[in-house]
Every structure is written in C-alpha cells, then in structure tokens.
Write a protein that binds this ligand. Structure first.
Ligand code: H2U
Ligand code: ZN
Length: 345
C-alpha cells in the first residue's frame, strides 16, 4: 500500500476519468491563522428589498405571490430559452456551434429570508425536495429537455446573488460536459462489471475513513478523488437513477442528511459555509439509464478559515487539480464536528 498520507501521488476519479494530484507533505507548512467566528447574522425573516421574498417584485415588475413553502419561477435572465431556433455551424471541425434549447428556473426553498439549508429543520427542507422532484418530472417530460440540472450556489464567494434560500434549475437539450463524462464512465463500468459504479464504490467506502455522515438512505463522504478541500459526495444507499425514485421515507432521509451535512459545514469554520451543490442523475431522454446512480456533489471553496479559500489557478488551470490536505483528513475533521449548529450553542 502506498503511504497516502506522506508522499505526493495522483488519484483517479472513476466518474470523470480524470486524475488529481495530492501533495500531503505540504500541509507541514506552518499555519498561524485563526478561525474567526463570523458575527451572527442579523438578517430579517422578511427583507423588503429582496427579489425572492413573498410579495416583492422582481426584474420586469412581476410580483412574487405570498408563498408559504416553496416558490418556483422562470429565471428572468434565463441562460437557456425554450423557443431558440435550430441551427448549427460545422466549419472544418474547427468552428463548431449548435443552438441549444432549454428552460432555467429559480426555486425558493422557503419564504423566510434568513434561513439556509443548515438553519432549516429536515421538516422545512422536505418541501424543497418535493419541489425538486416535481420540477425534475415537469421539465424532464418536455420533449426537447434531455437533462435537468438542479443546483444551489450558496454564499457571495460562490457568486450567489442573494442570501434568500434558493437554488436554480437549468434544463437543457444536450448533456452538459460533466454529465456526459459521468454517463460514459458509469455506462462503461456497468457493461464491464455487470454492476453499478457508485453502488460498488459506496460498498467499498461504507463506514470507512472517508465517511462523514450517514442515515438509513444516504451516505455523505469525502470521495477518494476529491479536488476541493472539503468536497463531499452524497450517495443514495439503494440504487436509484434519479430523485423521482425516492419514496416518502427516502425524501425525508435526504432532508435529514442535507441538514446534518450543511450544519457540519457551517460548524467547520463557524461561518455560513459557501458551496456549489447539485444533483447528478438520470438524463430525461426517455431511456432507462440503469447505469446512473443518484448522487449530489458539494464543492465548497474554503480551505482554512471563513476567509481563506482554495484557488484553482496556476497548475490547476494549466495542468491538473491539486490538493494538500488528504481527503481522509478532511473527512476526519468533518466527521468529528457536532451536529448542533454553532449559533445555537
Ligand atoms: P443565484 O443567486 O444562484 O445567482 O440565483 C439567482 C437567479 O435569480 C439568477 O440566475 C435570477 C438571476 O438571473 N433573477 C431573476 O430571475 N429575477 C430577478 O429579479 C433577479 C434575479
Ligand atoms: Zn428574501
């Protein structure tokens, strides 16, 4: 066995079939920074200037309803539109483009402006999960929609435009890059092994040193091939190709694990933890896709404190992603954290 914790090595991501460089010896570098607890946020439950709060108006003067749980609307600045005309350019394989149809929506998880998934109870998160399922089915049923990407950008550091608890959904005609690459890997794996890549990975990892938190239906772990310092992979324990296959208990379990994982994240640096998270699941092209295993990725940028982040620059832009702290030590830190939110103690 390679002494992973001591020597530079590269790790393989079987989902994307890319390599990542791990340089654990660099964590011996001195670090004198502090973990500064950020001031408890004093945001109001209703903000009259927020374009997502109930009753307020958005761009173009449309008013939000007085919603009580979740609220979904077509993004007023949609990156993809349903009425885009077909067209393509293929000029010698060098100048290549094609039109893309789609729909972009915004999902408010709660009417309360000052909540986050980490500050919502599992019971408050559950309606957002039901909304994700409805949207996945509704958008996926459209003939030109072949993939539905559900995601959340949390925090200014990740470019979120508003602290109101919300996420986005982009439904597209073609498979986006990450999906196409995960699809090819899962498909090849199923063909060559006769079993699911992520079912087998989960079995290999269960209860091990990279596990962070689990419940009856989901496991959150730091994947062996994680790029971001505290990246996690949230896996359905029973093979499901998409969220529409979760029953009531499965959706409750998803709400539970989302709450417990995001509380741990907030507790890590005692700050509202920024991240991009999103679900990867079965394309909605009408095929069965037994190779797809429902999962979510959390990609948080923070490295050492509420303000010190990892930058994906230099070698990472030009060559390969690289990390210092091992996925195993990141998982150990996340696992050791309490599940009571730091603002409640
Ligand atoms: P983010 O916080 O992840 O950027 O999501 C907010 C989205 O809300 C963003 O995509 C949309 C932006 O286009 N938006 C509206 O649809 N209407 C508005 O009035 C403001 C912002
Ligand atoms: Zn608001």
């Amino acid at each position: 066995m390679l002494p992973f914790a001591q020597h530079p090595h590269r790790r393989f991501n079987p989902l994307t079939r890319e390599w990542i460089l791990v340089s654990p010896h660099r964590t011996d570098r001195p670090w004198q920074g502090q973990v500064e607890r950020s001031a408890p946020d004093a945001k109001p439950a209703y903000d009259p200037t927020c374009y997502l709060c109930p009753g307020n108006s958005r761009a173009g003067g449309i008013s939000n309803p007085q919603y009580a749980t979740t609220f979904v609307f077509d993004n007023d600045f949609a990156a993809l539109k349903p009425d885009t005309p077909a067209g393509a350019v293929r000029d010698g394989g060098l100048i290549v483009a094609e039109s893309e149809r789609g729909i972009c929506r915004v999902v408010c998880f709660s009417p309360l402006h000052n909540l986050t998934l980490s500050r919502m109870t599992p019971g408050q998160i559950r309606p957002a999960i039901d909304e994700w399922v409805r949207q996945y089915l509704d958008l996926g049923a459209m003939d030109f929609v072949n993939y539905v990407q559900i995601f959340e950008n949390r925090g200014e550091m990740m470019g979120a435009s508003n602290p109101h608890p919300h996420g986005q959904i982009w439904a597209s005609q073609t498979l986006p890059n990450e999906i196409a690459s995960e699809q090819a890997s899962q498909d090849d794996y199923l063909r060559s092994h006769g079993s699911c890549l992520l079912c087998n990975y989960l079995e290999r990892e269960s209860g091990g040193e990279r596990t962070v938190v689990e419940n009856e239906a989901f496991t959150a772990l730091v994947p062996f091939w994680a790029v971001w310092p505290f990246e996690t992979l949230l896996l359905a324990k029973r093979h499901a190709t998409a969220i529409d296959e979760l029953n009531g208990a499965g959706r409750d379990a998803l709400a539970d694990i989302l709450h417990r994982l995001t509380v741990r994240y907030d507790n890590l640096f005692e700050t509202p933890f920024p991240y991009t998270m999103g679900f990867h699941q079965r394309p909605t092209d009408g095929q069965k896709h037994p190779e797809w295993h429902l999962h979510a990725h959390f990609y948080p940028p923070l490295l050492r404190s509420a303000t010190i982040r990892k930058f994906m620059v230099g070698y990472e832009m030009l060559a390969s992603p690289q990390r210092d702290i091992t996925p195993e030590s990141a998982a150990a830190r996340l696992r050791a954290l309490p599940e009571r939110h730091y603002l409640d103690t």
